[in-house]
Write a protein that binds this ligand. Structure first.
Ligand SMILES: [Zn+2]
Length: 139
């Protein structure tokens, strides 16, 4: 049972899953979200590009946004769709929060990090620049 694995074993397994790539960047240039509201749906039309910059799975980033907004939504092509009305400023602020908490390393500030989720209750940010592993609040 995977539930019997120790914390150390999980860390070890997570470490082995790290890709070998090491590209150093000082900080991210994240383009502002393009937000279009149609009826009661909000589209973030450049969502995939933003997630590519963050090096995060769009489904994961959307899950964070939806949880914060208390809404449901989906990925449609390169866009994210939120089933509800969300102002551009709110979307931008939430993406900023995501970058601060789930992309930038709190130790060295590098955005070259990987978000590791082994189980529902265990989420960590591993930095490929300084090697720090920081527990983060799961979502
Ligand atoms: Zn770091």
């Amino acid at each position: 049972m995977s539930g019997d694995l120790s914390y150390e074993a999980l860390l070890e397994r997570a470490y082995k899953l790290l890709p070998p790539r090491r590209i150093r960047r000082e900080r991210l240039e994240v383009e502002p979200p393009e937000v279009v509201t149609v009826g009661k749906r909000t589209f973030i039309t450049n969502f995939k590009r933003i997630c590519d910059t963050l090096n995060r799975d769009p489904r994961l980033v959307l899950r964070f946004l939806l949880k914060e907004l208390g809404a449901s939504g989906n990925i449609e092509g390169d866009a994210a769709v939120i089933y509800g009305v969300a102002a551009r400023k709110i979307v931008k602020d939430l993406i900023d929060v995501f970058v601060k908490n789930y992309v930038n390393c709190p130790v060295c500030g590098s955005p070259d990090t990987i978000l590791i989720r082994e189980e529902r209750k265990l989420m960590q940010l591993r930095c490929t620049a300084c090697g720090a592993t920081t527990p983060v609040k799961p979502f």
